[in-house]
Design a protein. Structure first.
Length: 410
Protein backbone atom coordinates (compact mmCIF):
# COMPACT_ATOMS: atom_id res chain seq x y z
CA UNK A 1 0.00 0.00 0.00
CA UNK A 2 1.22 3.47 -0.88
CA UNK A 3 1.99 5.62 2.18
CA UNK A 4 0.67 9.18 2.65
CA UNK A 5 4.16 10.65 2.20
CA UNK A 6 4.70 8.67 -1.03
CA UNK A 7 1.37 9.89 -2.39
CA UNK A 8 2.09 13.52 -1.46
CA UNK A 9 5.59 13.34 -2.96
CA UNK A 10 4.20 11.89 -6.20
CA UNK A 11 1.77 14.78 -6.60
CA UNK A 12 4.51 17.25 -5.63
CA UNK A 13 7.01 15.83 -8.17
CA UNK A 14 4.46 15.90 -10.97
CA UNK A 15 3.78 19.61 -10.44
CA UNK A 16 7.44 20.48 -9.78
CA UNK A 17 8.39 18.96 -13.13
CA UNK A 18 5.70 20.99 -14.87
CA UNK A 19 7.16 24.14 -13.32
CA UNK A 20 10.65 23.10 -14.43
CA UNK A 21 12.13 23.35 -10.92
CA UNK A 22 15.75 22.26 -10.58
CA UNK A 23 16.80 19.38 -8.31
CA UNK A 24 18.18 21.63 -5.57
CA UNK A 25 14.99 23.70 -5.32
CA UNK A 26 12.93 20.49 -5.21
CA UNK A 27 15.09 19.18 -2.38
CA UNK A 28 14.82 22.46 -0.54
CA UNK A 29 11.02 22.42 -0.79
CA UNK A 30 10.55 18.77 0.18
CA UNK A 31 12.84 18.51 3.22
CA UNK A 32 10.99 19.68 6.34
CA UNK A 33 12.26 22.74 8.20
CA UNK A 34 12.20 20.83 11.52
CA UNK A 35 11.04 17.44 12.85
CA UNK A 36 10.53 17.05 16.58
CA UNK A 37 9.87 13.83 18.52
CA UNK A 38 9.12 14.08 22.23
CA UNK A 39 8.49 11.71 25.12
CA UNK A 40 5.28 12.55 26.98
CA UNK A 41 4.96 10.82 30.37
CA UNK A 42 1.80 11.14 32.45
CA UNK A 43 0.51 9.64 35.68
CA UNK A 44 -2.73 7.84 34.86
CA UNK A 45 -5.81 8.01 37.11
CA UNK A 46 -4.91 4.62 38.63
CA UNK A 47 -1.45 5.89 39.65
CA UNK A 48 0.49 4.06 36.94
CA UNK A 49 2.93 5.75 34.55
CA UNK A 50 2.05 5.95 30.86
CA UNK A 51 4.56 6.93 28.18
CA UNK A 52 3.46 8.40 24.85
CA UNK A 53 5.42 9.70 21.86
CA UNK A 54 4.50 13.07 20.39
CA UNK A 55 5.57 14.67 17.11
CA UNK A 56 5.63 18.09 15.51
CA UNK A 57 6.85 18.47 11.96
CA UNK A 58 7.35 22.01 10.73
CA UNK A 59 7.57 21.76 6.98
CA UNK A 60 8.07 25.26 5.58
CA UNK A 61 7.92 28.85 6.84
CA UNK A 62 8.88 30.88 3.81
CA UNK A 63 5.41 32.48 3.46
CA UNK A 64 4.67 32.97 7.16
CA UNK A 65 4.32 31.14 10.48
CA UNK A 66 3.66 27.43 10.11
CA UNK A 67 0.13 26.14 10.59
CA UNK A 68 -1.37 22.72 11.11
CA UNK A 69 -3.39 20.47 13.37
CA UNK A 70 -2.52 18.20 16.27
CA UNK A 71 -3.85 14.66 16.00
CA UNK A 72 -4.36 12.22 18.89
CA UNK A 73 -4.65 8.79 17.26
CA UNK A 74 -2.94 5.37 17.56
CA UNK A 75 -1.78 5.52 13.89
CA UNK A 76 0.17 8.78 14.37
CA UNK A 77 3.78 8.29 13.27
CA UNK A 78 6.52 10.42 11.77
CA UNK A 79 5.63 9.37 8.20
CA UNK A 80 1.99 10.40 8.47
CA UNK A 81 2.81 13.65 10.29
CA UNK A 82 5.42 14.50 7.66
CA UNK A 83 2.94 13.99 4.80
CA UNK A 84 0.26 16.05 6.49
CA UNK A 85 2.74 18.84 7.34
CA UNK A 86 3.80 19.06 3.70
CA UNK A 87 0.15 19.08 2.58
CA UNK A 88 -0.46 22.05 4.91
CA UNK A 89 2.31 24.03 3.18
CA UNK A 90 0.61 23.52 -0.19
CA UNK A 91 -2.87 24.08 1.24
CA UNK A 92 -2.08 27.44 2.82
CA UNK A 93 -0.29 28.51 -0.36
CA UNK A 94 -3.17 27.46 -2.67
CA UNK A 95 -5.62 29.71 -0.84
CA UNK A 96 -2.89 32.35 -0.41
CA UNK A 97 -2.86 32.57 3.38
CA UNK A 98 0.30 34.11 4.92
CA UNK A 99 1.32 30.77 6.43
CA UNK A 100 3.59 27.80 5.97
CA UNK A 101 2.74 24.22 6.90
CA UNK A 102 3.13 22.01 9.98
CA UNK A 103 1.43 19.06 11.64
CA UNK A 104 1.71 17.27 14.94
CA UNK A 105 0.29 14.51 16.97
CA UNK A 106 0.57 12.10 19.83
CA UNK A 107 0.40 8.37 19.25
CA UNK A 108 -2.38 7.42 21.67
CA UNK A 109 -5.99 6.26 21.71
CA UNK A 110 -7.89 9.22 23.18
CA UNK A 111 -11.01 7.07 23.65
CA UNK A 112 -9.18 5.06 26.32
CA UNK A 113 -8.04 8.13 28.27
CA UNK A 114 -10.08 10.04 30.85
CA UNK A 115 -10.58 13.78 30.51
CA UNK A 116 -8.01 14.33 33.26
CA UNK A 117 -5.48 12.08 31.51
CA UNK A 118 -6.07 13.87 28.19
CA UNK A 119 -5.52 17.22 29.87
CA UNK A 120 -2.24 16.02 31.45
CA UNK A 121 -1.05 14.57 28.14
CA UNK A 122 -1.87 17.79 26.28
CA UNK A 123 -0.05 19.89 28.88
CA UNK A 124 3.07 17.67 28.86
CA UNK A 125 3.17 17.74 25.05
CA UNK A 126 2.85 21.55 25.16
CA UNK A 127 5.68 21.80 27.73
CA UNK A 128 7.91 19.80 25.37
CA UNK A 129 7.24 21.98 22.30
CA UNK A 130 6.36 25.39 23.79
CA UNK A 131 9.58 27.07 22.71
CA UNK A 132 9.15 25.78 19.14
CA UNK A 133 5.59 27.05 18.60
CA UNK A 134 4.05 30.53 18.95
CA UNK A 135 1.83 33.08 17.17
CA UNK A 136 4.72 34.11 14.87
CA UNK A 137 6.33 30.66 14.60
CA UNK A 138 3.89 27.77 14.44
CA UNK A 139 0.17 27.79 15.28
CA UNK A 140 -1.46 24.39 16.04
CA UNK A 141 -5.17 23.62 15.60
CA UNK A 142 -7.49 20.66 16.27
CA UNK A 143 -7.40 17.53 14.14
CA UNK A 144 -8.58 13.93 14.58
CA UNK A 145 -8.96 13.13 18.29
CA UNK A 146 -8.48 16.72 19.47
CA UNK A 147 -10.98 19.55 19.79
CA UNK A 148 -11.62 23.06 21.11
CA UNK A 149 -11.01 21.89 24.69
CA UNK A 150 -7.56 20.53 23.73
CA UNK A 151 -6.72 23.91 22.18
CA UNK A 152 -7.85 25.68 25.38
CA UNK A 153 -5.41 23.53 27.42
CA UNK A 154 -2.56 24.21 24.97
CA UNK A 155 -3.26 27.96 25.10
CA UNK A 156 -3.32 27.89 28.91
CA UNK A 157 -0.09 25.88 29.21
CA UNK A 158 1.72 27.96 26.57
CA UNK A 159 0.56 31.18 28.27
CA UNK A 160 2.25 30.08 31.53
CA UNK A 161 5.60 30.32 29.73
CA UNK A 162 4.96 33.23 27.38
CA UNK A 163 2.14 35.37 28.83
CA UNK A 164 -1.47 35.47 27.63
CA UNK A 165 -1.31 34.20 24.04
CA UNK A 166 -4.66 33.30 22.45
CA UNK A 167 -3.09 33.46 18.95
CA UNK A 168 -0.83 30.45 19.66
CA UNK A 169 -3.61 28.04 18.63
CA UNK A 170 -6.81 28.22 16.58
CA UNK A 171 -10.02 26.23 16.87
CA UNK A 172 -10.44 27.49 20.45
CA UNK A 173 -13.78 27.77 22.23
CA UNK A 174 -15.57 31.07 21.49
CA UNK A 175 -15.10 32.10 25.15
CA UNK A 176 -11.31 32.02 24.70
CA UNK A 177 -11.05 33.85 21.40
CA UNK A 178 -12.36 31.23 18.99
CA UNK A 179 -13.92 32.44 15.75
CA UNK A 180 -17.55 32.43 14.71
CA UNK A 181 -18.05 29.88 11.95
CA UNK A 182 -14.96 27.73 12.69
CA UNK A 183 -17.04 24.61 13.33
CA UNK A 184 -18.74 24.74 9.93
CA UNK A 185 -15.75 26.22 8.09
CA UNK A 186 -14.41 23.15 6.24
CA UNK A 187 -17.88 22.07 5.09
CA UNK A 188 -18.74 25.63 4.13
CA UNK A 189 -15.45 26.06 2.26
CA UNK A 190 -16.28 22.86 0.35
CA UNK A 191 -19.68 24.32 -0.57
CA UNK A 192 -18.08 27.52 -1.90
CA UNK A 193 -15.47 25.49 -3.81
CA UNK A 194 -18.24 23.34 -5.31
CA UNK A 195 -20.19 26.46 -6.34
CA UNK A 196 -17.19 27.71 -8.34
CA UNK A 197 -16.53 24.29 -9.90
CA UNK A 198 -20.16 23.73 -10.93
CA UNK A 199 -20.60 27.24 -12.32
CA UNK A 200 -17.47 26.67 -14.38
CA UNK A 201 -18.91 23.39 -15.68
CA UNK A 202 -22.33 24.94 -16.37
CA UNK A 203 -24.23 22.71 -13.94
CA UNK A 204 -26.48 23.73 -11.06
CA UNK A 205 -25.51 22.57 -7.57
CA UNK A 206 -29.16 21.88 -6.76
CA UNK A 207 -29.68 19.74 -9.86
CA UNK A 208 -27.01 17.17 -8.86
CA UNK A 209 -27.12 14.09 -6.62
CA UNK A 210 -24.48 13.49 -3.92
CA UNK A 211 -22.94 10.60 -1.95
CA UNK A 212 -20.99 11.60 1.17
CA UNK A 213 -18.58 9.33 3.08
CA UNK A 214 -18.39 10.47 6.70
CA UNK A 215 -20.84 12.34 8.89
CA UNK A 216 -18.42 13.94 11.35
CA UNK A 217 -17.48 17.60 11.42
CA UNK A 218 -16.75 17.97 7.71
CA UNK A 219 -19.24 15.48 6.26
CA UNK A 220 -22.19 16.60 8.36
CA UNK A 221 -21.63 20.31 7.69
CA UNK A 222 -21.14 19.66 3.99
CA UNK A 223 -24.38 17.64 3.95
CA UNK A 224 -26.33 20.27 5.87
CA UNK A 225 -25.12 23.19 3.76
CA UNK A 226 -25.60 21.37 0.44
CA UNK A 227 -29.09 20.28 1.52
CA UNK A 228 -29.93 23.88 2.43
CA UNK A 229 -28.98 24.85 -1.13
CA UNK A 230 -31.46 22.31 -2.52
CA UNK A 231 -28.97 19.51 -3.28
CA UNK A 232 -30.21 15.91 -3.19
CA UNK A 233 -28.03 13.69 -0.99
CA UNK A 234 -28.77 10.14 -2.11
CA UNK A 235 -26.27 8.22 0.05
CA UNK A 236 -24.33 8.88 3.23
CA UNK A 237 -22.21 6.84 5.63
CA UNK A 238 -20.30 6.96 8.87
CA UNK A 239 -18.33 4.33 10.80
CA UNK A 240 -21.60 2.74 12.04
CA UNK A 241 -23.24 2.21 8.64
CA UNK A 242 -24.52 3.63 5.36
CA UNK A 243 -27.96 4.56 4.02
CA UNK A 244 -29.23 5.45 0.59
CA UNK A 245 -32.41 6.99 -0.75
CA UNK A 246 -32.76 7.83 -4.44
CA UNK A 247 -35.38 10.46 -3.56
CA UNK A 248 -32.93 12.27 -1.26
CA UNK A 249 -32.13 11.88 2.44
CA UNK A 250 -33.73 14.30 4.89
CA UNK A 251 -30.50 15.71 6.35
CA UNK A 252 -32.03 17.73 9.26
CA UNK A 253 -33.81 14.53 10.47
CA UNK A 254 -30.59 12.52 10.06
CA UNK A 255 -28.62 15.15 12.00
CA UNK A 256 -31.10 14.93 14.86
CA UNK A 257 -31.02 11.10 14.73
CA UNK A 258 -27.20 10.99 14.86
CA UNK A 259 -27.17 13.45 17.77
CA UNK A 260 -29.43 11.13 19.74
CA UNK A 261 -28.08 7.75 18.62
CA UNK A 262 -24.40 8.42 18.01
CA UNK A 263 -24.41 7.18 14.40
CA UNK A 264 -26.27 6.68 11.14
CA UNK A 265 -27.02 3.00 11.72
CA UNK A 266 -30.74 2.42 12.27
CA UNK A 267 -31.93 5.66 10.59
CA UNK A 268 -35.16 4.80 8.79
CA UNK A 269 -35.14 7.60 6.20
CA UNK A 270 -33.36 5.36 3.69
CA UNK A 271 -32.23 1.83 2.89
CA UNK A 272 -29.18 0.44 4.71
CA UNK A 273 -26.31 -0.85 2.55
CA UNK A 274 -22.65 -1.89 3.11
CA UNK A 275 -20.61 1.18 4.02
CA UNK A 276 -17.69 -0.04 1.83
CA UNK A 277 -19.89 0.65 -1.23
CA UNK A 278 -20.59 4.33 -0.51
CA UNK A 279 -18.09 5.82 -2.96
CA UNK A 280 -19.41 3.68 -5.82
CA UNK A 281 -23.10 4.61 -5.57
CA UNK A 282 -24.84 5.94 -8.68
CA UNK A 283 -24.76 9.75 -8.24
CA UNK A 284 -23.25 12.89 -9.79
CA UNK A 285 -20.91 13.91 -6.96
CA UNK A 286 -18.92 11.80 -4.50
CA UNK A 287 -17.51 13.47 -1.39
CA UNK A 288 -15.00 11.42 0.67
CA UNK A 289 -15.13 13.19 4.05
CA UNK A 290 -13.75 10.57 6.44
CA UNK A 291 -10.50 8.69 5.94
CA UNK A 292 -7.36 8.92 3.81
CA UNK A 293 -6.45 6.33 1.14
CA UNK A 294 -10.03 5.25 0.36
CA UNK A 295 -9.79 5.51 -3.44
CA UNK A 296 -7.18 3.05 -4.68
CA UNK A 297 -6.04 1.33 -7.88
CA UNK A 298 -8.30 -1.60 -6.95
CA UNK A 299 -11.55 0.32 -6.57
CA UNK A 300 -11.33 3.66 -8.45
CA UNK A 301 -12.76 2.05 -11.60
CA UNK A 302 -16.03 1.53 -9.73
CA UNK A 303 -16.68 5.25 -9.16
CA UNK A 304 -19.81 6.25 -11.09
CA UNK A 305 -19.87 9.95 -10.23
CA UNK A 306 -18.84 12.73 -12.58
CA UNK A 307 -17.28 14.84 -9.82
CA UNK A 308 -15.16 13.91 -6.77
CA UNK A 309 -14.75 16.59 -4.09
CA UNK A 310 -11.95 15.65 -1.67
CA UNK A 311 -13.17 16.86 1.72
CA UNK A 312 -10.90 14.40 3.57
CA UNK A 313 -7.11 14.68 3.46
CA UNK A 314 -5.40 12.48 0.82
CA UNK A 315 -8.41 10.21 0.12
CA UNK A 316 -7.09 9.33 -3.37
CA UNK A 317 -3.95 7.32 -4.19
CA UNK A 318 -1.99 8.48 -7.24
CA UNK A 319 -2.97 5.29 -9.16
CA UNK A 320 -6.63 5.93 -8.37
CA UNK A 321 -6.18 9.55 -9.42
CA UNK A 322 -4.93 8.39 -12.83
CA UNK A 323 -7.85 5.99 -13.25
CA UNK A 324 -10.37 8.71 -12.39
CA UNK A 325 -8.75 11.05 -14.88
CA UNK A 326 -8.97 8.41 -17.62
CA UNK A 327 -12.66 8.02 -16.83
CA UNK A 328 -13.13 11.78 -17.25
CA UNK A 329 -14.02 12.36 -13.59
CA UNK A 330 -13.44 15.97 -12.49
CA UNK A 331 -11.68 15.94 -9.12
CA UNK A 332 -11.37 18.88 -6.76
CA UNK A 333 -8.19 18.17 -4.73
CA UNK A 334 -7.98 18.16 -0.94
CA UNK A 335 -5.43 20.98 -0.73
CA UNK A 336 -8.10 23.29 -2.13
CA UNK A 337 -11.43 21.56 -1.39
CA UNK A 338 -10.94 21.30 2.38
CA UNK A 339 -8.99 24.55 2.88
CA UNK A 340 -12.01 26.30 4.44
CA UNK A 341 -10.97 25.10 7.90
CA UNK A 342 -7.48 26.57 7.83
CA UNK A 343 -8.88 29.73 6.24
CA UNK A 344 -11.23 30.41 9.14
CA UNK A 345 -8.37 29.44 11.50
CA UNK A 346 -6.46 32.26 9.82
CA UNK A 347 -9.39 34.60 10.54
CA UNK A 348 -9.32 33.47 14.19
CA UNK A 349 -5.57 34.21 14.47
CA UNK A 350 -6.10 37.62 12.81
CA UNK A 351 -8.89 38.46 15.27
CA UNK A 352 -6.75 37.33 18.23
CA UNK A 353 -3.79 39.47 17.13
CA UNK A 354 -6.10 42.49 16.75
CA UNK A 355 -8.20 41.67 19.83
CA UNK A 356 -11.27 42.23 17.67
CA UNK A 357 -14.25 39.90 17.10
CA UNK A 358 -15.83 39.40 13.65
CA UNK A 359 -19.48 38.36 13.26
CA UNK A 360 -20.46 35.17 11.41
CA UNK A 361 -21.60 37.10 8.35
CA UNK A 362 -18.17 38.64 7.90
CA UNK A 363 -16.40 35.30 8.44
CA UNK A 364 -18.53 33.57 5.78
CA UNK A 365 -18.20 36.44 3.31
CA UNK A 366 -14.41 36.52 3.60
CA UNK A 367 -14.29 32.71 3.33
CA UNK A 368 -16.31 32.74 0.12
CA UNK A 369 -14.05 35.45 -1.31
CA UNK A 370 -10.89 33.42 -0.57
CA UNK A 371 -12.32 30.14 -1.96
CA UNK A 372 -13.55 31.86 -5.14
CA UNK A 373 -10.21 33.61 -5.74
CA UNK A 374 -8.27 30.39 -5.20
CA UNK A 375 -10.49 28.58 -7.72
CA UNK A 376 -9.78 31.27 -10.33
CA UNK A 377 -6.04 31.04 -9.61
CA UNK A 378 -6.05 27.23 -9.95
CA UNK A 379 -7.97 27.42 -13.24
CA UNK A 380 -5.48 29.93 -14.63
CA UNK A 381 -2.62 27.53 -13.90
CA UNK A 382 -4.64 24.65 -15.33
CA UNK A 383 -5.17 26.56 -18.57
CA UNK A 384 -1.50 27.50 -18.76
CA UNK A 385 -0.20 23.95 -18.28
CA UNK A 386 -3.17 22.00 -19.69
CA UNK A 387 -3.25 19.68 -16.68
CA UNK A 388 -5.74 18.32 -14.14
CA UNK A 389 -6.98 20.41 -11.20
CA UNK A 390 -4.81 18.63 -8.61
CA UNK A 391 -1.60 19.19 -10.56
CA UNK A 392 -2.66 22.81 -11.15
CA UNK A 393 -3.32 23.35 -7.42
CA UNK A 394 0.06 21.84 -6.50
CA UNK A 395 1.82 23.89 -9.20
CA UNK A 396 0.17 27.11 -7.97
CA UNK A 397 1.19 26.36 -4.39
CA UNK A 398 4.73 25.21 -5.17
CA UNK A 399 5.32 28.26 -7.35
CA UNK A 400 4.21 30.59 -4.54
CA UNK A 401 6.37 28.83 -1.94
CA UNK A 402 9.46 28.59 -4.16
CA UNK A 403 9.22 32.28 -5.10
CA UNK A 404 8.98 33.26 -1.42
CA UNK A 405 11.95 31.01 -0.62
CA UNK A 406 14.08 32.61 -3.36
CA UNK A 407 13.10 36.15 -2.40
CA UNK A 408 14.03 35.61 1.25
CA UNK A 409 17.47 34.40 0.21
CA UNK A 410 19.78 32.07 2.07
P1 LIG B 1 -14.52 13.53 12.39
O1 LIG B 1 -13.79 12.64 13.32
O2 LIG B 1 -15.40 14.61 12.93
O3 LIG B 1 -15.47 12.64 11.43
C1 LIG B 1 -15.03 11.51 10.76
C2 LIG B 1 -16.25 10.79 10.22
O4 LIG B 1 -15.82 9.69 9.44
C3 LIG B 1 -17.17 10.22 11.30
O5 LIG B 1 -18.51 10.42 10.92
C4 LIG B 1 -16.83 8.73 11.27
O6 LIG B 1 -17.90 7.92 11.72
C5 LIG B 1 -16.61 8.56 9.79
N1 LIG B 1 -15.91 7.32 9.43
C6 LIG B 1 -14.85 6.74 10.03
N2 LIG B 1 -14.56 5.58 9.41
C7 LIG B 1 -15.44 5.46 8.39
C8 LIG B 1 -15.66 4.50 7.38
N3 LIG B 1 -14.90 3.43 7.28
N4 LIG B 1 -16.68 4.70 6.49
C9 LIG B 1 -17.45 5.80 6.58
N5 LIG B 1 -17.30 6.75 7.51
C10 LIG B 1 -16.30 6.57 8.41
O7 LIG B 1 -13.42 14.10 11.40
P2 LIG B 1 -13.52 15.40 10.50
O8 LIG B 1 -12.97 16.56 11.25
O9 LIG B 1 -14.88 15.49 9.90
O10 LIG B 1 -12.44 15.05 9.38
C11 LIG B 1 -12.76 14.20 8.27
C12 LIG B 1 -11.64 14.31 7.24
O11 LIG B 1 -11.53 15.67 6.82
C13 LIG B 1 -10.25 13.90 7.72
O12 LIG B 1 -9.56 13.35 6.63
C14 LIG B 1 -9.61 15.24 8.10
O13 LIG B 1 -8.19 15.18 8.05
C15 LIG B 1 -10.20 16.11 7.01
N6 LIG B 1 -10.19 17.54 7.32
C16 LIG B 1 -10.86 18.03 8.41
C17 LIG B 1 -10.87 19.39 8.65
C18 LIG B 1 -11.65 19.97 9.81
O14 LIG B 1 -11.73 21.21 9.89
N7 LIG B 1 -12.27 19.18 10.67
C19 LIG B 1 -10.18 20.26 7.80
C20 LIG B 1 -9.50 19.74 6.70
C21 LIG B 1 -9.53 18.37 6.47
Amino acid sequence: MITPIEATNTYFQRAAQLLGLDAITIRQLIIPFREVKVECDIIKDDGSLAIFIGYRVQHDNSRGPMKGGIRFHPSVDIDEVNALAQLMTWKTAVVNLPYGGAKGGVSCDPRTLSKGELQRLTRVFTQKVHDLIGPAIDIPAPDMGTNAQTMAWIMDEYSKFHGYSPAVVTGKPLELGGSEGRDAATGRGLLYAAESLFADNHVKLSSLTYAIQGFGNVGSWAARLLYAEGAKIVAISDVTGAIRNPNGIDIPSLTEYVKQNGGIQGFTGGEAFPLEDLLFEPCDVVIPAALGGVLTAENAGRVQARFVLEAANHPTDPEADAILQQKGVILLPDIYANAGGVTVSYFEWTQNLQQFHWNAERVNKELRHIMQNAYKDIREVQTKYQCDLRTAAFALAIDRVSRATMLRGL
